[in-house]
Design a protein around this ligand. Structure first.
Ligand code: FE
Length: 189
C-alpha cells in the first residue's frame, strides 16, 4: 500500500475539519490559517515560515484533545501536537515556529505593554488555559530558542488573521510551496 500524499492529507484537513471549526473566532480555522499565510507572504517571509503560518493550527485537528476541549478549559497542546504531526513531512523551519506559536503569545503578554489588551476574547481565554504570561525563567528559555524570532513573526500574523472580510488565496495556491518543503524521506506525491 502506498502512503497517502502529505499535501493531499493536509488539503483534506482544510476542506473538512478546518472548514467547519470556528473555535470562538469570527472565521473558520481554515480561513484563519489561509489569512495567516497570506499575511506572511505579504511580509516577505521565507517559504518555510509561510508554510508554518499556513499550518500553525493543524494541531487542533490532529490532537487527541480537540479545539473544543481547549475552549472548554483543557489545554490540548495544539502547538506541540501540530508540530509533531507536521514533523513526519517537514523540517524544523516549518515545525518549530508552529510548536512555539502559543509560547510566543505567552512571551508577548509578558514583555509587550498593550499586547494582551489587543488579543481577541478567545485568545485571552485560552491564554489562561495555556499557562498565562511567561515568568522570567520561561522568557529566558524562549529567547534562547533559535526559532523564537520566527515564532514571534508567526504570532503577529496569527493574531491578525481573524478578519471575516478578508479573501486570501485558497489552499491550492500553496501546494507547490509545500511540496518543495517536503523532506526528501517523505513519501513521493
Ligand atoms: Fe491561530
Amino acid at each position: 500500500m502506498t502512503a497517502p500524499d502529505p499535501i493531499q492529507v493536509i488539503a483534506d484537513l482544510f476542506a473538512s475539519d478546518g472548514a467547519r471549526e470556528y473555535l470562538g473566532e469570527p472565521v473558520t480555522q481554515a480561513a484563519h490559517m489561509l489569512q495567516a499565510a497570506a499575511l506572511a507572504q505579504q511580509c516577505g517571509a521565507p517559504p518555510p515560515l509561510v508554510a508554518a503560518a499556513l499550518l500553525h493550527d493543524v494541531g487542533h485537528f490532529t490532537s487527541a484533545v480537540s479545539g473544543h476541549d481547549l475552549m472548554r478549559g483543557t489545554d490540548n497542546r495544539h502547538s506541540d501536537a501540530g508540530a509533531d504531526w507536521l514533523a513526519q513531512w517537514f523540517g524544523e523551519e516549518v515545525t518549530e515556529p508552529v510548536r512555539l506559536h502559543v509560547a510566543a503569545k505567552r512571551y508577548l503578554c509578558a514583555v509587550e505593554p498593550g499586547y494582551h489588551a489587543a488579543l481577541s476574547p478567545a485568545s485571552v481565554y485560552t491564554l489562561a488555559v495555556q499557562g498565562g504570561p511567561m515568568n522570567t525563567a520561561e522568557r529566558a528559555e524562549f529567547e534562547a530558542n533559535p526559532q523564537a524570532g520566527a515564532a514571534l513573526r508567526l504570532r503577529r500574523w496569527d493574531d491578525e488573521a481573524k478578519d471575516p472580510a478578508a479573501s486570501p488565496p485558497a489552499f491550492g495556491y500553496y501546494k507547490s510551496l509545500l511540496r518543495r518543503l517536503l523532506r526528501p524521506s517523505s513519501p513521493p506525491g
